[in-house]
Design a protein around this ligand. Structure first.
Ligand SMILES: Cc1ncc(COP(=O)(O)O)c(C=O)c1O
Length: 449
């Protein structure tokens, strides 16, 4: 499904459905026409917009129980003696439309394995998106390479391709874009730069199951794509991860590396361990949970998409609320989080933290999202380490510190607001609660100063 097409279709449906619902509820249709919300803000002691809870997560049913028990009773709990991980890999590769999938213990390990398989080595530099979960660049440090941050496009929340080339040096080996919050990065632009400079590309799709770019699945648009199946994720198994790809030799290297460096496929040798490696294997229990969760992933994704588009149609006219925009070429977001930017100037200069408190008080859970992690302690911790001083010249590390300024990312970190994916699994009336709460705060902004 193409999100842009759906946007138009959904907009029409949402607008009329919203108007009917609004008329029934005696509230708002579109901004400009808002019914004045005179109730006191919940933060100031008034009634909450919403007192109900939200969808739980993860969701399972009893059909998951027998396969888990069968693995338990078989005693084949690891992939070397069982078949479940291999079965899941086949199913996930089919879902993604790739030749191969390798299941791993987590998303972090998927990224680590992918980087090793693509030859990211000590002393290399990797261009990374800074607006991401910390694991994205922790894995670069764990590979003894230097994560070089590329500023963020505030509208799309993803790596700004116009800022990539200025960060390339003779040590640059890879680009690591992130489809963050489920929003696809501009992969055509990123791949074109990678091709020009002979760099490999690894997609961090750890939040982007079934997101699409040019109608192809995120995670399948570069050399390798990595996914997470941690508990909060749309395909959850407590922990877990996967790498997808189409190059058999590279995928063989991934397999071998994740299995302690043992021979696999084209990775051959005369010794037992022809390449370096580690144990990054998925357990059989994880695989059976994942196969049962696979049954709901498409339907959940459609529900999130439909609700997200409706929510956007409801909040986009509120002054100071700027919903995410899809990057050029992106056709569908996965909505691991629903993001917008909050402009305090239109809210009587009420600080974002106060806005978040007011929204939470109305019964709408929300978060300000990531901070400017390129300034986190782990950066200096690495740069001051014995290893990094050996690997990089003082001149390079000083230059790195000087260039580690990301004004657009900084501003985004101050303005972003997120809603969790489970909130999008509800109904249109749940979305109305969110929109009504934001409108209520907007109309009462003068009382929050
Ligand atoms: C963008 C991103 N990258 C990497 C990871 C790491 O995945 P895991 O927690 O499965 O190791 C996560 C997990 O939250 C993530 O959100």
């Amino acid at each position: 499904m193409n999100e842009n097409n759906v946007t138009r279709r959904q907009f029409m449906a949402a607008a009329s459905a919203g108007a009917v619902a609004a008329a029934a509820a005696g509230t708002i249709p579109a901004y400009g026409n808002l019914t004045k919300k005179t109730e006191k803000l919940a933060l100031l002691g008034g009634p909450k917009v919403r007192t109900k809870g939200w969808s739980p997560w993860p969701i399972w049913d009893s059909s998951a129980e027998d396969p888990i028990l069968a693995v338990l009773r078989s005693g084949n709990w690891y992939r070397g003696s069982g078949t479940k991980v291999t079965e899941f890999e086949k199913q996930y590769a089919e879902l993604m439309g790739t030749k191969r999938c390798l299941a791993t213990a987590s998303g972090t390990t998927a990224l680590l394995v992918a980087m090793h398989a693509l030859g990211v080595d000590a002393g290399d530099e990797v261009l990374v998106a800074p607006y991401t979960f910390i694991a994205t660049y922790n894995v670069v440090f764990l590979s003894k390479a230097l994560p070089v941050f590329v500023d963020t496009d505030q509208e799309t929340f993803t790596m700004n391709p116009d800022k990539i080339e200025e960060r390339i040096t003779e040590r640059t080996k890879a680009i690591l874009p992130v489809h963050i919050l489920g929003l696809p990065a501009d992969m055509d632009a990123i791949n074109a730069i990678a091709k020009k400079h002979n760099l490999v590309v690894i997609e961090d799709a750890c939040q982007a199951w079934l997101a699409e770019y040019n109608n192809k699945k995120c995670g399948t648009l570069s050399d390798l794509g990595c996914f997470s199946f941690q508990n909060s994720k749309h395909l959850p198994a407590g922990e877990g991860g996967a790498i997808v790809g189409n190059d058999e030799e590279i995928m063989d290297r991934c397999y071998s590396f994740h299995n302690c460096g043992r021979p696999y496929g084209s990775v051959k040798g005369t010794s037992s361990y022809p390449i370096r490696g580690s144990n990054r294997r998925m357990q059989e229990f994880q695989a059976v949970i994942l196969m049962s969760q696979m049954k709901r992933i498409k339907k959940d994704a459609d529900t999130r998409l439909e609700n997200a588009l409706y929510l956007t149609s409801r909040i986009k006219e509120i002054p100071g609320i700027i919903p995410y925009k899809l990057a050029r070429g992106a056709t569908r977001s996965a909505y691991h989080l629903y993001p917008f930017r909050y402009k305090k100037e239109q809210f009587n200069n009420v600080l974002r933290d106060k806005f978040l408190s007011a929204l939470s008080a109305e019964g709408i859970p929300c978060s300000g999202g990531y901070g400017p992690q390129n300034k986190d302690g782990l950066i200096e911790d690495a740069l001051n380490s014995k290893g990094y001083k050996r690997l990089f010249s003082k001149k390079r590390l000083d230059q790195y510190r000087e260039e580690n300024h990301l004004p657009d990312n900084d501003q985004l970190c101050q303005e972003a607001v997120w809603f969790g994916q489970n909130m999008l699994l509800g109904t249109k009336s749940d979305m109305d609660d969110i929109a009504n709460a934001i409108e209520k705060i907007y109309q009462n902004r003068g009382k929050l100063a």
